[in-house]
Design a protein around this ligand. Structure first.
Ligand code: FES
Length: 199
């Protein structure tokens, strides 16, 4: 009995997908340009501009610095995706690109507003009503201190004494100091810095 050959019928599997015969996976052509993982960069006019510039300088010495300067002028800053794009185009690693970006203070990886408003909250300004000025700015801009408007035109920061206590309460917009502020003055002042309307 022990030597008896035990014959067990094993089902023969010819192919791992045998049981799937007759099943054809549905493969559809991907519509062009509709996929978010397709490089939208080729369609982005800013990336197109950057690529044209890279083409024009790609054989020159110090090309990475020149391209980074150009990219920062075009984009306003150098986010990670722009650095990756530049690295790919120039055959450099992200580490190499980031090494240069982080070495020079001129380069920034954070987007900046066209105008950053610094509202002073130092003692003199605080005593003269800086809180009401900041509340009015937040109301007019539709953002909180520390934020930027959606169009990146205005940023709002609360700062310490800026050395113009005699004019308290004070705020700085770009290079201009505005002093002896009242909340009523804020809408009129902001109008002077509005983006020109596109015609
Ligand atoms: S406390 Fe505001 S300018 Fe000095």
């Amino acid at each position: 009995m022990l030597n008896e050959e035990i014959n067990v019928d094993q089902p023969t599997v010819e192919h791992p997908t045998e049981g799937l015969r007759g099943f054809e996976p549905e493969i559809q052509e991907r519509p062009e340009g509709n996929c978010c993982c397709d490089s939208p960069k080729e369609q982005d006019p800013l990336y197109r501009k950057l690529d044209e510039f890279i083409e024009s300088v790609s054989d020159e010495d110090g090309v990475l610095i020149r391209v980074l300067h150009y990219a920062q002028n075009v984009f306003g800053y150098l986010p990670r995706e722009v650095q990756i794009h530049i690295g790919k185009r120039l055959g450099k690693s992200l580490a190499e690109v980031y090494g240069v970006v982080s070495f020079y203070h001129y380069f920034t990886t954070e987007q900046k507003a066209d105008y950053t408003i610094e509202a002073c909250m130092g003692t003199a300004c605080y005593v003269k009503g800086a809180s009401a000025i900041i509340s009015e700015l937040e109301k007019e801009l539709g953002i909180k201190a520390g934020q930027m408007t959606k169009d990146h035109h205005f940023g709002l920061k609360v700062s310490r004494c800026i050395g113009a206590c005699g004019l308290a309460p004070v705020m700085v917009i770009g290079k201009d100091i505005h002093g002896r502020l009242t909340p009523e003055m804020i809408p009129e002042i902001l109008k002077r810095y509005e983006k020109p309307k596109e015609s």
